[in-house]
Design a protein around this ligand. Structure first.
Ligand code: ADP
Ligand code: MG
Length: 376
């Protein structure tokens, strides 16, 4: 049995964006102290925490300072260097370890791991140069998506190739300059869904109801819960969630993204070894949130059975949406409004989100579709 870290102790969080902020809300509510390490002074998480160390994520001295000041250390994003975590482990507990982090930092090791665990991924081929790209497209057949294997998010580092004759090779070569890429078959999607799983160090897990996701320009736009999928797909997704949590030796929260194709195949798309944008609605829709579950997991508290209290829809507020949404806030008492408090408003930057509890998912989604806030 691993040690339990009780309220009153200090939790260090590497990364101070909205995920760190919502982790900090959960931790503070329970009575933990929270210290954030992030390069931006007064970042979203620091606004709701006890203290911040203003530092880059790769400044080992500052990370060691954070480690020495806290009882347990966690991170809010997956691009923390696994070797850095191994170094700071000497000074404090890092119950998440580095296995999930290092596997999921690289699309190839992630896909291999998923396949070795017995689950399907989208057909793909690794490429290092433009010749291999051509061979891969020939083999897989267009349309395909070229993706960098590291550091991609919100569709960054991806090129869709619908027609290989018209593809912009310069763009693909530019992507290849950053290192190995994959060419992935483009799937005809019926639905995209995700599942959030959390675990503590003793191996107890909490698995959340499956969430349905709609992307716009490769950025998550809207999530709804529960996902309207077949019993068979749902049972499979839960099995994937439980199995990958075990195989990754999960501690804390992770999220698995899936594609369901028009011919009803379920593919694992990718794994985020941390709370996920699609799981934000768990704050209102479930008995505990993905952030509460994360804090419980890393502190090795008992993990509860997750219950869906009421169906919900979450819609993201990007830079171009936030101001208009604020103007309408007073007309929508049903909105659970979340503004992360980011200083810099940028087009397509995630600034906040709204969750709406509802008995009629379709109607609520329609009302969002018809609202001009999300037309831009
Ligand atoms: P990111 O790391 O940017 O989230 P993803 O691989 O999840 O990268 O791709 C982002 C989005 O692009 C997906 O949620 C999906 O909408 C679309 N997409 C990515 N790969 C495929 C694919 N093979 N087939 C169909 N759509 C895809
Ligand atoms: Mg994704």
């Amino acid at each position: 049995m691993s040690k339990t870290i009780l309220p009153g102790a200090t939790i260090g969080i590497i990364g101070g964006g909205q995920l760190g902020q919502m982790m900090a809300f959960s931790a503070k509510e329970m009575g933990y102290k929270v210290i954030i390490l992030d390069p931006t002074p007064n970042c979203p998480a620091a606004q709701v925490s006890d203290d911040q160390i203003v530092s880059d994520y790769d400044d080992l001295d500052k990370l060691i300072e954070l480690a020495k000041r806290c009882d347990v250390l966690t991170y809010e994003f997956e691009n923390v260097d696994a070797e850095t975590i191994d170094e700071v482990k000497k000074y404090t507990q890092v119950p998440q370890g580095t296995k999930a982090l290092s596997i999921t930092q690289n699309r190839i090791s992630e896909k291999n791991f998923i396949e070795e665990s017995g689950f399907a991924v989208v057909p793909h081929i690794e490429i290092d140069n433009i010749f291999e790209y051509h061979r891969a497209v020939e083999k897989l057949g267009a349309p395909v998506i070229v993706k960098t294997i590291r550091g991609g998010y919100d569709g960054k580092g991806q090129i869709l190739v619908d027609d290989p004759e018209k593809a912009c090779f310069a763009d693909i070569e530019r992507l290849l300059m950053s290192g190995t890429c994959i060419v992935e078959k483009k799937i005809n999607l019926r639905k995209e869904v995700s599942v959030v799983v959390s675990a503590n160090s003793d191996g107890q897990t909490s698995i959340f109801p499956v969430i349905e996701n709609v992307h716009r320009d490769n950025i998550l736009h809207l999530s709804s819960c529960p996902a309207l999928i077949s019993q068979k797909s749902q049972a499979h997704i839960y099995q994937v969630g439980e199995q990958l949590a075990r195989n990754l030796e999960l501690v804390g929260t992770m999220c698995i993204e899936f594609f369901i194709s028009t011919d009803d195949q379920v593919y694992v798309n990718e794994i985020a070894p941390r709370p996920h944008n699609s799981g934000h609605l768990t704050i209102e829709t479930c008995n505990i949130s993905q952030f509460d579950a994360h804090i419980r997991g890393v502190c090795n508290l008992a993990m509860p059975k997750i219950e869906l209290l009421k169906p919900s829809v979450m819609v993201n507020l990007l830079g171009q949406h936030l101001e208009n949404a604020k103007k309408e806030l007073n007309q929508h008492p049903e909105w659970h409004f979340h503004d992360y408090g980011k200083d810099e408003v940028k087009h397509n930057r995630k600034m906040g989100h709204i969750t709406i509890l509802t008995d009629d998912l379709e109607k609520t989604k329609q009302s969002i579709d018809q609202n001009k806030i999300w037309d831009v």
